[in-house]
Design a protein around this ligand. Structure first.
Ligand SMILES: [Zn+2]
Length: 142
């Protein structure tokens, strides 16, 4: 896991996302960065990316507001795992065991860094399936 640099912003939410890509498809930080630049963002909109093998990579600097959840960007940290769609392209919890372990470790560390921040699912704030599982409930006790 990368060292967690503490944001100079006030953080009150840690919002979990998926890349909305099919199970088993590798997606790099560079690829997400390119998608988001094509959408007009300055760079990748998430702060941390959890790959299929559980590797956690830094995305956008935590000092900068992300671009990931309308109305919630200024005071949040965005975490994304690679996946979220089954082989037919439908929303599904495709987290690998390695991703589950890495997400728990990363979110625990983020809660340590931002003790007042609540862990939430993107879908709590938008009419979307993202992150295709109930992160708010699953991580409520971290
Ligand atoms: Zn999302």
């Amino acid at each position: 896991m990368p060292a967690l640099e503490k944001s100079r912003r006030e953080i009150n939410e840690i919002i979990v996302h998926c890349t909305a890509t099919r199970a088993g498809r590798q997606v790099s930080v560079a690829e997400i960065d390119s998608w988001h630049r094509q959408r007009g963002f300055s760079s990748i909109g998430y702060h941390y990316v959890v790959a299929l093998d559980g590797t956690v990579s830094p995305g956008r600097s935590p000092h900068l507001a992300g671009a990931h959840c309308l109305g919630h960007n200024s005071k949040s940290i965005a975490v994304v795992y690679v996946g979220g769609l089954d082989s037919a392209g439908h929303a599904a919890d495709t987290r690998t065991d390695a991703q589950k372990a890495a997400l728990t470790a990363l979110l625990k560390a983020l809660r340590g860094t931002y003790p007042n921040a609540r862990i939430r699912s993107h879908r709590d704030f938008a009419a979307k399936d993202c992150p295709c599982f109930n992160a708010t409930a699953e991580y409520a006790a971290l």
